[in-house]
Design a protein around this ligand. Structure first.
Ligand code: G3H
Length: 252
C-alpha cells in the first residue's frame, strides 16, 4: 500500500511568529480531524524549521522538510544550507528540483542528482519535483520532458536508495496560477511517471508515492486524490492557511 502524503511548501512566506502560529494551528487541526493514514509534511523556510519543531506532536503524523539543500556537506558556499544541517534541525525530508529552483536559480538535472545523493547520505527522504512548462505541454512533449528529468536525476540510484524518494509532479503552468491540471491530465502523467520508474526500479515503482502539485485547493483535492496514481499533493498557496491545508488533508 502506497503512503498517502500531503506536503505543504510554504516557499518564502511568513515571519517567525506567523510560522509558529500556523504550525500550532495545523498541529491541532491534524490531531482532531486528519485521517491517521495520511502523512503530513510541512516545509517552512530554513530559519523556522528548528523553532517550529517543538510545536509538532512527537507521534510523527507531521514531519518537517527543507525546501532545498546544497550538494556539499559544508564549505565556502555563502548563503547555502546543507543536507546535514537540515537533518540536525529536525527535518526528515527535503524538496529538491522544485520548478522555482530550476527556473530562477538555474538548477540542472545533473546538479539535482548530486543534491539527491547528499540528501540520502544524510538520511533525508527526498520529495523530487518534476514537471513541464506551458510550451512543452502545448507541443504535447510533456511525457518525454518529465521522464527525462527523472532519468537524469534519479536513475543512478540503487533500489535501496530509491525507496527514500517521493515524486511530486508539478505542471509549471499550474503553479500559483489558479489553473489546475484536470484530474485526467494528472492521472495520465502520474501513470506515465510510474511506468517510467518501473522500467528502472521494477516493483518499487508501485510503492512510490507520486504527489500532484499546482493550484491544488480544498475544492479540487478530492477529485485529484481519487485518481489511481495520485497519492497526495505538494501544496503551495493553500498550505499557508491552516483551514485550507487541513481540508486538503481530509480529501482522501
Ligand atoms: O510547491 C508547491 C507548488 O509549487 C504548488 O504551488 P501552488 O499550490 O501555490 O500552485
Amino acid at each position: 500500500m502506497r503512503k498517502q502524503i500531503v506536503a505543504g511548501n510554504w516557499k518564502m512566506n511568513k515571519t517567525l511568529t506567523e510560522a509558529q502560529s500556523l504550525t500550532s494551528e495545523i498541529a491541532n487541526m491534524v490531531a482532531d480531524e486528519a485521517p491517521d493514514n495520511v502523512q503530513v509534511i510541512i516545509a517552512p523556510p530554513y530559519p523556522f524549521i528548528y523553532a517550529v519543531q517543538n510545536l509538532i506532536p512527537e507521534m510523527g503524523q507531521i514531519l518537517l522538510s527543507g525546501q532545498n539543500c546544497h550538494s556539499e556537506d559544508s564549505g565556502a558556499f555563502t548563503g547555502e544550507v546543507s543536507a546535514s544541517m537540515l537533518k540536525s534541525l529536525g527535518a526528515q525530508y527535503v524538496i529538491l528540483g522544485h520548478s522555482e529552483r530550476r527556473e530562477q536559480f538555474k538548477e540542472t538535472d545533473q546538479e539535482l542528482a548530486k543534491k539527491v545523493d547528499a540528501a540520502l547520505k544524510n538520511d533525508l527522504k527526498v520529495i523530487f519535483c518534476c514537471g513541464e512548462p506551458l510550451e512543452v505541454r502545448e507541443a504535447n512533449e510533456q511525457n518525454k520532458y518529465v521522464t527525462q528529468q527523472l532519468t537524469n536525476s534519479l536513475f543512478h540510484l540503487s533500489e535501496e536508495a530509491f525507496k527514500n524518494i517521493v515524486i511530486a509532479y508539478e505542471p509549471i503552468w499550474a503553479i500559483g496560477t489558479g489553473k489546475t491540471a484536470s484530474s485526467a491530465q494528472a492521472q495520465e502523467m502520474h501513470e506515465t511517471i510510474r511506468e517510467h520508474l518501473a522500467s528502472k526500479f521494477g516493483k518499487l515503482a508501485e510503492e512510490t508515492s507520486i504527489l500532484y502539485g499546482g493550484s491544488c485547493k480544498p475544492d479540487n483535492a478530492k477529485e485529484l486524490f481519487s485518481q489511481k496514481d495520485v497519492d497526495g499533493g505538494l501544496i503551495g498557496g493553500a498550505s499557508l492557511k491552516s483551514r485550507d491545508f487541513t481540508d486538503i488533508i481530509k480529501s482522501f
